[in-house]
Design a binder for this molecule. Sequence first.
Ligand code: BTN
Length: 329
Amino acid sequence: MSAITPERVLLILSRLGAGEPVTLNALAEHAAISPEMLATMLPELIDHGVRQRRDGSLRVPGGVDLLDAGRIGADLQAALDEVPHVEVLGVTGSTNDLARARIEAGGSAPAVILAEAQTAGRGRRGRAWSSPVASNVYLSQVEALPGGLEAASGLSLATGVAVAEAIEEVAPVTVTLKWPNDLLVNGRKLGGILVELVTSRAGSHAILGIGINVRVPAYTSTGIDQAWTDLTRAGSARIERNRLAAAIIIHLRRTLEGFRKQGFDADLRRRWQARDPFLDRRVVARSEQGEIRGWGRGIDDRGEFVIETASEVVTVGAGEVSLRLEEKA
Ligand code: BTN
């Protein structure tokens, strides 16, 4: 069995958090492993920013960027009238699964759950979501839907707009939205959104699951099966994950306040369209029913994607359709 487990890496990084050097023996003791086992983990720890000094001790220059509910809360206090309850976890299966379990148990679900690592992170269309420890943002926000599930139409697009705007506030990148809500930078996937709906005794809720790559350790990236990037590779020297998480929560609150009153209105549609990399490009939409080729013409007022083929104008819904540029299909 590999010595690298997210729990162990988190223990080690927490001990190195302040940026001060720690001896190999002290670190090993903290992680309840032998110094020899810790030594076998060094290549992976180096991918997490750990450096070994001449005297053998380890440190992370500049300290470790760990999630901190207090720091996120302080940013929220400064920006919002009503501050949602934010819970920060270490290692969990999936923040979306946890949010669902909390809602189904009927308790008052925390508004936002964040984790340092997920061992069963899920993406759209049944895919796994790679969720290495202390590297990225994994966040689930619970939204009550007093109007029932009907009210959720357009919610995932509205979420995409809010998250793209939040990222651009804290990082010098331009984010595009590949329909329905993949977050791309330079044509590569930076993040994704998984919206899940739950109806229970506690009423209807949407879980907005958001994953953003901030600094993916190289050793964890081998299994990712699509062109991806992270904020560090895309050019941001040092992104503080607490600031990014807070910006996402703040932008979601503001955007969804409007969404609750007006739905996916003309303003949201304009903000989404401005980020559409497929507008007026040749696209292919694939589903189990077959494929449609034509010109991408943006989204309609229900958030469906519009394709102009040689003979007609058709719209496709998010469900199981995957959309690509024709030149890459
Ligand atoms: C996608 O496939 O593009 C959606 C990825 C969504 C990942 C996030 S990470 C936080 C939340 N918990 C999960 O298990 N998935 C979502």
